[in-house]
Design a binder for this molecule. Structure first.
Ligand code: GAL
Length: 662
């Protein structure tokens, strides 16, 4: 349970570095990330490396007993390089160049840019790969940030043509797979295939889906290009990348195959005001962040790299980039840190050490003000460091998860690519709603890849976005013993984004005898009621089956089908109804739940339990709640107490006779 910070020595006078390093050390920090945007200082002119200042900065940090995560600077190609190889720019969906002047202006497919990345990464890895202060490397910075996953450049088009050739072998196979006979879209040669942009009306979803897969693969290979070099020259160091929140533009499981640790950048208040869908929740959690937003990502990214998780950037105060940027309530910066530890983080690193007085992020807070005085966050981070230091030996088990959400990036994107109507419906938000209900029911959750070999270790599985009909997954699910809950649009597409021959849910019909013969999407505020008063919203499917539905609508459409332990939930539900449905289903399968209400969250790591209050009012943990999570009055609390004010935390260790949940 280490605490760190992001630092930009190149932003500050040389004389300040020692003082900064001492101050960081005094605060209790141990790990400092540097370097990820410093290309113009590392190579101010082509082929003239200037690494001495970086070495000096690393030495200063090292002398203060700090470890360094060194970032490769490839998210910010400098001006001279852009001029030298103008084909490196990415092109947006309107055909415009994403030009120089901020960051992430490169195209993943540019071969010339890849060569320059290889060159700078090799030079850095050779120079610093064995430095004793370097504990890890970060590749690039936030792949895909500012909608840069997909580029429509000439380089990308060429790479896509090649990708198609490898995937489909012949142009006839591609035409057939994509259904190009429709609207005379057939090609005679792979060279004729363009990127899916600038058409008069809707593009072929198969074309877009293939381009999404291709773009995701380009990030995988771009990342691998760097990790291969780093492993060769800096063996034994962790290689990480920092992912983002609420971001599904590429397959993070695939990129993680080459990483030691999936890290991510957590800005809970920014995410809420930028991405929040529910106004009441936006108000309630304005200064705390949504209770299930950070933990969803912890539980997802931890499972990208077999249990290893870091927070590379953590919000310290108001940020600069969301539509509104409120300040966190007192105590929240500490809570987010503890919450990350509760979900298995080995490191929580704050962004950034000192607020920059210049350029784009001068309105973004840090641990210190631009003049070096401590800002509010520094005080909370000092407390977090002290507490984590005290408890580090008592907390060493992995996060406990009795149930899992099987999360498919391709499935999420297939839903986005073709969504007839239902414009306000967001597949990721719906997945998070399911996650949120499970967390409110007191369960530990893993968010896992469809290829996870661990399915059998869970008591129940939830598949919110298994959109693509997948025989291999179905076969593995058929051996699963507990409840499997399939949601709308499961198995509704082939790998090429067409309707499966046997209709939805395609291969999943092997698990449950249902067949979708009509779907409808509903405008916001339209609510349908079943005979048991369940409210259905957004999307509904009519099922052909010999199974009897659990509930039925006035127009005769059934709702909620079950065959043995497999459930098909053929409509979307609002939060409250979803919670009831999951609770009922889990209880029927003897899976212990305890409704914690909207604001309280409890997370276990083996025998250690952590409770957090995200709500506006003080919460008193009740006896049944404490008992459910194995509280033993004789042992008491490791940290805090049963009264939790807003942003309050307590931690306890389960007694010997705790409930099966604990
Ligand atoms: C992240 C990024 C950082 C910084 C931060 C501001 O997305 O990695 O470089 O821009 O946001 O919140």
């Amino acid at each position: 349970m280490k605490v760190g910070v992001c630092y930009y020595p190149e932003h500050w006078p040389r004389e300040q570095w020692e003082q900064d390093a001492q101050h960081m050390q005094e605060l209790g920090l141990s790990t400092i990330r540097i370097g990820e945007f410093a290309w113009s200082r590392l190579e101010p002119v082509a082929n003239q490396y200037q690494f001495d200042w970086l070495e000096e900065a690393i030495n200063v940090l090292h002398a203060a007993g700090l470890k360094v995560v060194l970032g490769t600077p490839t998210a910010t190609p400098p001006a001279w390089l852009c001029k030298q190889i103008p084909d490196m720019f990415s092109i947006d969906e309107n055909g415009n160049t994403r030009g120089f002047g901020s960051r992430r202006h490169y195209c993943f497919s540019s071969l010339s840019y890849r060569e320059h990345c290889k060159r700078i990464v090799t030079a850095l890895a050779k120079r610093f790969g064995q430095h004793p202060a370097i504990s890890a490397w970060q590749t690039d910075n936030e792949y895909g940030c500012h909608s840069t996953t997909i580029s429509y450049s000439e380089a990308a088009t060429k790479a896509f043509q090649l990708w198609c050739q490898q995937r489909y072998k012949t142009i006839y196979a591609l035409n057939a797979a994509w259904g190009n006979v429709f609207w005379s879209m057939e090609y005679n040669s792979f060279d004729d295939i363009g990127p899916p942009i600038l058409a008069v009306t809707e593009l072929n979803p198969a074309h877009r889906f293939a381009y999404w897969r291709f773009s995701s693969d380009q990030i995988v290979s771009f990342n691998k290009l760097q990790t291969d070099i780093l492993r060769a020259y800096s063996p034994g160091r962790d290689i990480v990348h920092n992912f983002m929140g609420n971001f599904v533009e590429f397959d993070h499981f695939a990129v993680s195959e080459e990483l030691d640790v999936a890290t991510w950048d957590n800005y809970p208040l920014g995410f809420l005001t930028r991405d929040g869908v529910d106004e009441a929740e936006q108000q309630r959690y304005l200064r705390t962040g949504h209770p299930d937003s950070s933990s969803f990502h912890h539980d997802l990214y931890r499972n990208c790299t077999a249990g290893r998780l870091w927070l590379m950037e953590q919000q310290p105060g108001p940020v600069n980039w969301a539509p509104y940027n409120p300040a966190p309530v007192d105590g929240m910066v500490r809570l987010w840190g503890w919450e990350a530890f509760a979900h298995g983080a080995e490191l929580v690193s704050y962004f950034r050490w000192r607020q920059a007085p210049f350029a784009q992020e001068q309105m973004h807070s840090g641990l210190c003000l631009p003049n070096g005085d401590e800002d509010d966050a520094a005080r909370e981070v000092r407390q977090l460091c002290a507490e984590a230091g005290q408890l580090v030996n008592s907390i060493n088990e992995a996060p406990s998860a009795s149930v899992a959400i099987v999360f498919d990036y391709a499935g999420d994107n297939a839903q986005r690519i073709q969504q007839p109507g239902g414009q306000h419906y967001d597949p990721l938000s719906y997945t998070q709603k399911i996650y949120s209900a499970l967390r409110q029911l007191g369960l530990g959750v893993d968010v896992i890849s469809p290829n996870s070999p661990q399915l059998a270790s869970y008591k129940a599985l939830f598949l919110p976005n298994a959109t693509v009909s997948d025989d291999a997954l179905v076969n593995r699910l058929s051996e699963f013993k507990g409840p499997v809950m399939l949601f709308t649009r499961t198995g509704s597409k082939t790998v090429e984004c067409s309707i499966p021959e046997n209709l939805a849910p395609g291969a999943f019909q092997k698990l449950i005898n249902v067949r979708v013969n009509r779907v409808e999407s509903l405008p916001p505020h339209t609510r349908l009621l079943t005979d048991k008063k369940t409210t259905l919203i957004d999307w509904r499917e009519r099922i052909q089956t010999s199974l009897k539905p659990h509930e039925i609508c006035a127009d005769g459409w059934g709702f909620h089908y079950q065959q043995a332990s497999v459930h098909y939930i053929n409509a979307c539900l609002p939060k409250h109804d979803l919670l009831n449905l999951l609770e009922k289903t889990l209880q029927a399968a003897d899976i212990d739940c305890l409704n914690l209400g909207p604001d309280l969250r409890i997370q276990r790591r083996g025998n250690t339990c952590f409770a957090f209050n995200f709500g506006p009012a003080t919460i008193e943990l009740t006896k049944p709640q404490l008992e459910h999570f194995g509280f033993n009055a004789e042992i008491g609390f490791l940290l805090g107490e049963s009264t939790l004010p807003t942003a309050g935390i307590c931690i306890w260790q389960c007694g010997e006779h705790s409930s099966p949940t604990c």
